[in-house]
Design a protein around this ligand. Structure first.
Ligand SMILES: [Zn+2]
Length: 462
């Protein structure tokens, strides 16, 4: 795309830059030129004075610029059911919460999406995703409400249209009233893709096909969901290998572990990414690597539910695309992604590889370029390079929390959560000094509290 006379340029300079490109190129002090919604150029030192159509110059002194953070797994609706079942493992936690979740409506879904998005965006997320799989009958247009919340906030977004069709009466985990029929789930998913999916380079909204998990969907929904996604040319997402209970469920019901079961239903491939992947054998990791299947690593949620430690260093060594996920905020009440970079590093060092498990730059890569690969958008986002979309964050590192840490990337990952001075998505600034420019945070706080209380009352039968 050649710049035209109407091109509007923003120059950011005097900041450290971690590009997270293939060579991990960094500049101790450099500049980035944004032209409309793209990165036009970047490099060491100041930007050329001769640039035309510069509408803004940002002095990045004391800051680190990185690609915007990319979240690859979440459940927005859980924003209004936080702090419940706090001392449970996955299956007990799900059984405790399903009856409440099955009562959500369109207003609740919209408010919860705003809360989830606001929390992430003010912390440097520029691409969000929501795996939404609870569609109670008569609840309204939940997918539309979620997509509207993301569009209004100005964040790049993937909705993984989820589904559940395997309830208790069929040997599944969710109650009967919380699931859709196979045909309804497939038809609604196809309709959502046709209505909202944008496949262009600078798409702000994309849709994936996302049956929930092996213990809440039928084999037929997995098989036909995979066929649907490939017919429509969109990606596939689900939960996999999260707990030992899931492993046991698959062994008893299908005579094989989750990864073999996914392979038998068409669910391994470079168009698939899966959340968690905690309990993976060497052959499971080899199967993901062979097929190019991606992983959304969710360290806080895995710790909260005592699921275990995913083998991220082994996955990276095998060449598997790995991104980071907040996961739903009923199992990670903080709802932030920038803290997951630190948590991923620390949690993995508690695993088999010790202090060599992950370093700061690998953690930054998980939250940026790794996430872009997982979402199938590595050509467009995830690193700072000429021609890529202008999604980036300026982290303030000259304050009390970071100023005395020697290296900016180390400061960002090992230090306390860094303040976001500016966050740009598609060339548009949406955060300034830690505050959203595109939404009213106080109004969101009030609405989400009210909707959480309304849901609790309805669930209690009042
Ligand atoms: Zn999840």
């Amino acid at each position: 795309m050649a710049p035209s006379a109407a091109t509007r340029r923003t120059v950011i300079e005097n900041c450290a830059i971690a590009t997270v490109d293939a060579q991990d190129t960094e500049y101790a002090s450099g500049h980035i030129v944004l032209a409309d919604n793209r990165i036009e150029s970047l490099g060491a030192g100041r930007a050329p004075e001769t640039l035309e159509n510069v509408v803004r110059r940002v002095d990045g002194t004391g800051h680190l610029a990185t690609p915007g953070l990319i979240n690859t797994h979440h459940h927005f609706y859980q924003w209004i059911t936080r702090g419940l079942a706090t001392d449970h493992n996955l299956f007990d936690w799900l059984v405790a919460l399903y009856p409440t979740w099955a009562r959500i409506d369109e207003h609740m879904a919209h408010a919860a999406a705003q809360g989830s998005l606001a929390m992430m965006v003010r912390g440097g997320v520029t691409t969000a995703m929501d795996h939404h799989y609870v569609y109670p009958r008569g609840a309204g247009d939940l997918s539309g409400a979620i997509i509207r919340a993301a569009a209004d906030m100005g964040v790049r977004f993937t909705l993984a249209r989820g589904s559940m069709d395997l309830s208790e009466k069929d040997g599944g985990l969710p109650p009967d009233f919380a699931v859709e029929s196979l045909d309804d789930a497939l038809a609604a998913t196809e309709e959502t893709v046709r209505k909202y999916h944008n496949s262009s380079f600078d798409a702000m909204t994309q849709i994936a096909v996302a049956p929930c998990s092996p213990f809440s969907v039928s084999t037929e929904l997995l098989k036909q969901g995979a066929e649907l996604a490939r017919r429509l040319g969109v990606r596939l997402h689900t939960h996999g290998s999260e707990t030992v209970e899931e492993e046991r469920f698959c062994q008893e019901k299908f005579g094989m572990g989750p990864t073999d079961y996914f392979e038998s239903t068409g669910w391994l491939g470079e168009d698939v990414w899966m959340a968690h992947c905690v309990h993976m054998s060497d052959s499971d990791i080899a199967a993901f690597a062979r097929t190019g299947t991606g992983v959304a690593h969710c360290p806080s949620s895995n710790a909260r539910l005592a699921a275990g430690i995913a083998r991220v260093p082994d996955m990276l060594r095998a060449g598997i695309p790995v991104g980071l996920g907040v996961d739903g905020t009923a199992s990670n009440e903080s709802g932030e992604l920038h803290t997951e970079l630190r948590n991923a590093l620390l949690v993995n060092r508690l695993g088999a590889h010790g202090e060599t498990a992950l370093n700061a730059r690998q953690a930054l890569r998980l939250g940026t370029a790794g996430g872009a690969r997982v979402l199938g958008r590595a050509d467009q986002i995830g690193s700072l390079a000429t021609g890529k979309l202008a999604d980036l964050v300026l982290w303030r590192l000259d304050g009390i929390g970071h100023a005395s840490i020697a290296d900016p990337v180390t400061a960002l990952i090992f230090g306390p959560p860094a303040p976001v001075t500016a966050s740009f998505v598609d060339g548009r600034q949406i955060v300034e000094n830690g505050r959203l420019l595109t939404a009213d945070e106080e109004a969101i706080a009030r609405t989400t509290r009210d909707e959480a209380r309304r849901l609790a009352r309805i669930a209690a039968g009042d």
